[in-house]
Write a protein that binds this ligand. Sequence first.
Ligand SMILES: [Zn+2]
Length: 395
Amino acid sequence: MRKGILFFSGLFFIIVRPDMKAEKPFNFEQTPGKLPKEVVPVEYSVRIVPSIDKFTFHGTETVKLSVRRPVHQLVLNALELEIAGASVDGKALPDSPIKIDKKNELLTLALPSELTTGEHTLALSFTGKINQQGQGLFYVPYHEHGSGTKKIMLATQFEATDARRFFPCWDEPAFRARFQLTTVVPENWLAVSNMPIESETKLADEKEVRFATTPSMSSYLNVFVAGELDLIESRSGPTQLRVIATKGKAEMGRYALETSAQILQYYNNYFGVPYPLPKLDQIALPGGFGGAMENWGGITYYESALLFDPKNSSAETKQNIYEVLAHEMAHQWFGNLVTMAWWDNLWLNEGFGSWMGTKCTSPGSKRWKAMQDRQRIRFSSLSRPRRKLTAPSTI
Ligand SMILES: [Zn+2]
């Protein structure tokens, strides 16, 4: 996420002192957190059916578990979810052993017998809320570009600990797992998640959309966005690139689309590890939250941070878009591919994202010069007296 660059760079100089001892290498058992480490999720299959008129949703999920030591209960995270039913290895649990600890945001399922070491399956059905604020699953009201018609769309925001409002999960960064999302949305809506759509099935007035399974990742990096959306797309090597916005606004993402192709190529070379997902979406939301969030494969932005209107936006807007894209795309590697074990090292995530954002866009870099050259050509063709373009004061 991108909020305070100055804060994190300041923190960097305070924390990195010569008399400080290095942190111990990653150790899952000793990673802080509230969740016991005996049971780890391996793969989730989650189906969410929103009731848009009621601002609620119904969900079901199946979680493949790896039980590392025998347990008598399962403990995971849930917040503002009502659990309607639970089963382990196909056997339903009675209501009474299902406990929700609201204060600690924990769901505890007492098991009728010991769960042995090895693979097991947990299945849950639940209901939740579609929020007004940008937490968990939320709705965004807006006026459609051009027509002015009132519309709403859906989006999610999970960092740091709000995936647990969408589905019960092991919602701590060290519990990486694969996620497969299925949802049901109105027929004329576009649904977007981390991975491409695997299949669509027509229902009565709606459609069921099934997304491909993600690579192993932390729960806070999941994303789901749906609405009457438009997109523009391109391709960079094996990666499909898209900019997605509410109807009528996708073309304002042209600059972001071109820029994201350049930045992707730069990072693929710089990191030496190609971007691993088949697609990367930049998604403009007309409200709900400020800034941007680096969900793997589906980055969300407050729309003014992503869209550029050649008629009304300033050159400074372009620089800001470039920098935010560079920051969020750096997280696709640093944060998403490799994640901090616990939130106390989030500053490393953000510090590096900001550093790469600046490196990628810094004056003197080839990319920045190319961008300046393009701007120079455009400006000189638009305005003859204006021959020189000065370097921007802030990047
Ligand atoms: Zn960030």
